[in-house]
Write a protein that binds this ligand. Structure first.
Ligand SMILES: *[C@@H]1O[C@H](CO)[C@@H](O)[C@H](O)[C@H]1NC(C)=O
Ligand SMILES: *[C@@H]1O[C@H](CO)[C@@H](O)[C@H](O)[C@H]1NC(C)=O
Length: 310
């Protein structure tokens, strides 16, 4: 039997086609390419100048998968049953089909490349939805390109992964290093990762884990370097001021960034920040409780694009 993810790939692509999404490789600069899922109506051959511009949403994935695996339920939800958003889902560098030969590994570099890629795709203003590692990249993007980002929705993440938060979070999950946790080598490592990542991980047969290990952890050397650059010293951490509304949407049982962490982040971000907990959800909140998550997300996005307040 082939790899289960190789088998579901054409199914995922058929779903993308059905919701009007297509795959694009964008050259950011020579040697750096980012892959994006983009709305078909945004591509040159389908563009119609008479179309009313749609509210645009950019989704940033976490460390353990690519864009489509992280955000599938949200992409479907925002592209069907009357929801009419222009949805962009990139793969961050060294995930999915995005790659660079540049030695830079910081979240700022990811953010710069992303902004450049979005500009090349003609995306100038958007709501940003970030998850975990992608959330930190998103906070950077909003800091570096404040005019591009209209509102910010963040899940299971921190503003920056400072050494103190990093140490406390590793301690919570019983690990001493992020690579040991986030770059599993065996089926049992991966089971630990997914069980810590969720409120309650559903049963899957062993071949699921074997195949997941085979496809999701390419570019190990570069990902180790990304993790090294991910943790910053406490004294280098700043809390930038954001002019956007910020919505924090967390699982009430996030075992990695627990409620003490999310409450602290909310306090740091100040008065224009809302924090909601989704019940019986872990770190992977958008996959574990897609209906509740999408319901909150649609409410937030319709308020943001209607410029109202929640
Ligand atoms: C975090 O843990 C490392 C390794 O145990 C230690 O060297 C470092 O001082 C700790 N940093 C903080 C800010 O607690
Ligand atoms: C909160 O938002 C309002 C309206 O957009 C803005 O005037 C104010 O400066 C913001 N406050 C902070 C602390 O960013």
């Amino acid at each position: 039997m082939g790899n289960v993810f190789a088998i579901i790939k054409p199914i995922l692509h058929a779903i993308m086609k059905a919701i009007g999404m297509t795959s694009m490789l964008v050259e950011i600069e020579p040697g750096t390419t980012m892959h994006f899922w983009v709305p078909i109506e945004s591509t040159a051959i389908h563009q119609d100048p008479n179309n009313k511009p749609k509210p645009t949403v950019v989704f940033l994935h976490g460390f353990v998968a690519n864009g489509i695996m992280t955000w599938l339920f949200q992409m479907v939800s925002l592209r069907t049953s009357g929801a009419d958003f222009a949805v962009y889902v990139p793969d961050l560098l060294f995930f999915g089909d995005s790659i660079t030969d540049c030695p830079e590994r910081s979240t700022s570099f990811q953010a710069h490349c992303l902004a450049k890629g979005l500009m090349k795709l003609g995306v100038e203003k958007f709501s940003l939805v970030g998850f975990s590692y992608g959330g930190v990249v998103g906070f950077k993007l909003a800091q570096l390109y404040p005019d591009m980002v209209e509102s910010i929705v963040m899940s299971s993440t921190v503003i920056e992964l400072t050494e103190s938060i990093s140490n406390a979070s590793l301690n919570n999950i019983g690990f001493t290093s992020w690579p040991d946790f986030l770059l599993p080598k065996t089926i049992s490592d991966l089971k630990v990762l997914l069980s810590i990542g969720t409120h309650k991980f559903p049963w899957f047969p062993d071949f699921f884990f074997r195949d997941f290990l085979e496809v999701m952890f390419a570019n190990r050397k570069e990902k180790l370097e990304l993790l090294k650059a991910f943790v910053v010293s406490d004294k280098d951490a700043a809390t930038p001021e954001y002019s956007q509304r910020i919505y924090l949407l967390y699982g009430d049982n996030d075992k990695i960034f627990n409620q003490a962490v999310s409450d602290t982040i909310k306090a740091k971000l100040g008065e224009n920040t809302t924090l909601e907990y989704i019940k019986s959800a872990g770190h992977l909140v958008q996959l574990e409780r897609p209906f509740a998550y999408n319901c909150f997300l649609k409410k937030i996005l319709s308020y943001s694009s209607g410029s109202g307040k929640m």
